[in-house]
Design a protein around this ligand. Structure first.
Ligand SMILES: Cc1cc2nc3c(=O)[nH]c(=O)nc-3n(C[C@H](O)[C@H](O)[C@H](O)COP(=O)(O)OP(=O)(O)OC[C@H]3O[C@@H](n4cnc5c(N)ncnc54)[C@H](O)[C@@H]3O)c2cc1C
Length: 472
């Protein structure tokens, strides 16, 4: 019966948009059945992921996206937008019998405005290809997520992503000026780019972080920067994590904005920078760039603050090492196949609460029986606070316990974050993973979000199951 429905849906889509862009072979369906959420990887390894879409449509134009959504809305079939599947929270986990919209064929850089410093780009362009095209013209967006080679511009917008150079250039919400979005019924919304406006609520923020539940992003206009003229590197060892955090706070509170300010706790410093530190010191990396006089002044100011905080200068090489290695991460799927339960948890808090939050999360996750490691670093800082990016690794004796162990680590980390006045996600988003803590994060705001969802997607076809917790 279900296969019958799938066949009818495929035939209707082929009639609507042509057979070239509708695919349902086994390999394509497998490649589009989940994202990089470790729990989906654990389930896929066990062979019980459970769901599979009916077909994958790869639109080449906004009109084709509109046609697919009109059909889906009419037939009340779920549609899950797919960027490149690098999301790590289960934002993409299509239902049985649903349509996947793979946006990667919409991958053109449409325009670079060198006078106004903006670039207009289709949402399915891969991050590194977009940066390379800008670099050819002497520009950069300044958005360098670790997944730049694994993710799309539309994915960045939809998850509220942040890159490794965010302390200077901002995160995606600071960079996004204009948007083109297709709503559930196929209507097109265009938000024209403007440096600023005071003309009612800012609709960009409806779609930023909406994880495919309110519309399909087809185009974005973003800020760009002239490629920096110079770069300065420095690093410092601190006897403890708290002193390093205090150095960062003092740097950013007076207005210095080095793009990279990364502080690793003792565990992570030993793991990544062992040759530059002693005992269980923490390690701070500082990278400044821009006009030479500005980069030099910023580097010197950061140095003075770090030395005043009893930091020990450890030179440029540690930052060079990080620059070389920063996007090399072990394959999660391979670690899971070896029996490890592993993930990262990025949360944020203001300066008053961040030190306690770090302690609380480390302590809470350390209580998991089969835990091997829990550690953290701060990588995105603001005058008001910073994030901590925790990593945990556990190894349950029995593979059957992998899922329960994974969920226990997350529950402990999230509960401790809420208790410590933190915010539950800094940049990976919610997906299916963080839904249980959305009420604690937003309170009655959840009802506002539900009303918006009902208004924009009355038949509930867009990415059902992601982001919003089920009715209590
Ligand atoms: C190794 C690794 C490192 C990472 N490092 C970072 C990092 O440094 N910073 C960071 O922020 N994140 C990071 N991530 C997470 C991930 O790369 C981001 O969440 C990224 O923004 C997802 O982009 P994507 O194109 O892969 O989207 P997908 O994973 O395909 O989709 C993510 C969500 O957005 C929706 N979506 C995708 N495209 C569209 C669209 N065009 N319109 C509407 N909805 C859409 C999907 O339905 C889904 O809900 C990392 C992930 C990995 C695996």
């Amino acid at each position: 019966m279900a296969e019958n429905d799938n066949q009818k849906l495929r035939a209707a889509l082929v009639a609507e948009v042509g057979e070239q862009i509708v695919n349902w072979n086994d390999g394509t369906l497998d490649d589009h059945s989940h994202d990089t959420w470790p729990l989906s990887l654990i389930r896929a390894h066990r062979g019980d992921l459970g769901t599979r879409p009916a077909c994958v449509v790869s639109p080449a134009s906004t009109e084709q996206v509109q046609a697919v959504l009109r059909l889906a809305d009419r037939e009340k079939v779920a549609v899950s937008p797919f960027g490149a599947g690098s999301g790590v929270c289960g934002g993409f986990l299509p239902d049985n019998g649903s349509i996947v919209l793979d946006m990667r064929r919409m991958n053109q850089l449409i325009d670079v405005d060198e006078t106004s410093l903006t670039a207009r780009v289709q949402s399915g362009m891969m991050g590194h290809l977009f940066e390379a095209a800008l670099a050819e013209r002497g520009y950069s967006m300044g958005h360098w997520p670790q997944s730049i080679e694994l993710s799309t511009v539309g994915g960045w917008v939809s998850t509220r992503a942040a890159g490794q150079f965010s302390s200077r250039y901002g995160s995606i919400e600071d960079m996004l000026l204009g948007l083109e979005v297709v709503l559930a019924g196929g209507e097109l919304v265009r938000i024209s780019p403007s440096p600023r406006r005071s003309a009612g609520p800012d609709l960009r923020h409806l779609f930023l972080g909406s994880e495919g539940t309110l519309g399909v992003v087809t185009e974005a206009t973003v800020r760009i920067f002239p490629a920096p003229e110079s770069r300065r590197l420095s690093s410092f060892a601190f006897s403890d994590f708290e002193s390093g955090l205090e150095a960062i706070r003092q740097i950013v509170r007076v207005g210095w904005r080095p793009p990279v300010l990364r502080l690793y706790d003792g565990h992570e410093a030993a793991r990544h920078f062992g040759q530059w530190i002693e005992d269980d010191e923490s390690m701070l990396l500082v990278l400044s760039e821009g006009p030479p006089a500005m980069a030099a002044a910023e580097t010197e100011a950061c140095r003075e603050i770090c030395l005043a905080m009893q930091g020990r200068e450890t030179g440029e090489a540690a930052v060079e090492h990080w620059l070389e290695e920063r996007n090399n991460v072990p394959s999660l799927a391979e670690l899971i196949a070896k029996g490890f339960v592993v993930d990262t948890v990025e949360v944020t808090a203001d300066w008053r609460h961040i030190g306690n939050l770090y302690q609380q999360v480390i302590e809470a996750v350390s209580g998991v029986e089969s835990l091997l490691i829990v550690s953290g670093h701060s990588s995105h800082s603001y005058a008001q606070g910073t994030n901590i990016y925790f990593t945990f690794v556990a190894q349950p004796q029995d593979q059957k316990d992998a899922e329960a162990t994974y969920l226990e680590c997350w529950k402990r980390a999230m509960d401790a974050t809420v208790r410590a006045n933190g915010s539950i996600s800094h940049h990976h988003g919610v997906g299916r993973l963080r839904k249980p803590w959305m009420r604690a994060e937003h309170g009655a705001g959840i009802e506002v979000m539900r009303s918006i969802k009902r208004a924009l997607d009355p038949r509930g076809i867009l990415n059902p199951g992601a982001l919003l917790p089920e009715d209590e």
